[in-house]
Design a protein around this ligand. Structure first.
Ligand SMILES: NC(=O)c1ccc[n+]([C@@H]2O[C@H](COP(=O)([O-])OP(=O)(O)OC[C@H]3O[C@@H](n4cnc5c(N)ncnc54)[C@H](OP(=O)(O)O)[C@@H]3O)[C@@H](O)[C@H]2O)c1
Length: 272
């Protein structure tokens, strides 16, 4: 998909960070955009920002409060949205969050919440929208992470969810071809967003050292990379060169990646 003019895009998590960056870029390319997230005030502010990026005045930008982890609510809100705004051409599942910590410090409740938001959240929106999207085809993008293919220290619950997003998307890609629906998975590296600021508050020292080498991306650059990847219908879209290098190394030389991260962890633990 290259031309977004006149297309209808639904974005969960479109009120902040990467989702907002994608929404603004798509508005600039002429798309109608509906964003979904929980907090109404943030949604309203984001809608105003997206409105200001429109290519032409007639483009429609809407926002709806919805918690992706709550199945019944997702069903109710998305069915209403389809009745009101139409069937989306593109669904982008960007809602998500990370709360890094040592495994022993992650409560069962946090694990459950992470899986519900980051993994069930994707299942919920896709399962509600697929019956109407499959009638005319389209595009689904699920947002995973570098942690979706590399289990990094401090991210046991988040890695479980984001690895799951890649597996789900891979199987879905194969299944939805027959409906002319493309599926991609976006794996951003560390990106300068409000969510990343929150994430940094609980990072164990070992996690900080492992991620210290990675260059922080801007959400606008991640959004640009996503649209480029969608134009080529790439399945895995990794926005930066470091991330792509890590992906290849992890596939070809997993032992080498383990050696490097283990030595970073050892350094921190020795210094304690
Ligand atoms: N930033 C990074 O370094 C990074 C790296 C790799 C992957 N990612 C992934 O990229 C996505 C966006 O992250 P971000 O950094 O842009 O985060 P962000 O700035 O915190 O934005 C997250 C968005 O998701 C919404 N959201 C969170 N929980 C939700 C829920 N239960 N239901 C509906 N909406 C929800 C938030 O709004 P409300 O809070 O109002 O609901 C907000 O709109 C996430 O999936 C994240 O895991 C981020």
């Amino acid at each position: 998909m290259k031309d977004f003019k006149g297309k209808l895009i639904y974005i969960s998590g479109g009120s902040s960070g990467i989702g907002l960056g994608v929404a603004k870029l798509l508005a600039g390319r002429g798309a109608d955009v509906v964003i979904f997230a929980r907090r109404q005030k943030t949604l309203d502010d984001a809608r105003d920002e997206i409105n200001a990026c429109r290519m032409i005045e007639g483009q429609k930008i809407h926002c709806q409060s919805m918690d992706v982890s709550m199945r019944e609510q997702v069903e109710e809100v998305l069915k209403k949205a389809v009745a009101e705004y139409g069937v989306p051409d593109v669904l982008i599942n960007c809602a998500g969050r990370a709360r890094p910590a040592y495994f022993e410090e992650i409560s069962y409740e946090q694990f459950e919440e992470t899986i519900k938001v980051d993994l069930y959240g994707v299942w919920n929106t896709v399962s509600v929208l697929l019956p109407c999207m499959k009638e005319r085809g389209g595009y689904i993008v699920n947002v995973s992470s570098i942690v979706g293919f590399l289990g990094i220290f401090g991210y046991t619950d988040y890695a479980a969810a984001k690895f799951g997003v890649i597996g789900l998307s891979e199987a879905l890609r194969s299944e939805l071809k027959r409906y002319n629906i493309a599926v991609s998975v976006l794996c951003p590296p560390d990106t300068d967003t409000p969510g990343f600021v929150e994430e940094n508050k609980t990072k164990p020292d070992e996690t900080k050292v492992i991620s210290a080498g990675a260059k922080l991306m801007k959400p606008e650059a991640v959004a640009e990379a996503l649209l480029k990847g969608m134009a080529k219908q790439e399945f895995i879209i990794i926005p930066n060169a470091d991330g792509r290098f890590t992906y290849i190394m992890k596939r070809l030389f997993p032992w080498l990646v383990e050696m490097v991260t283990d030595s970073q962890v050892r350094q921190v633990q020795k210094a304690k």
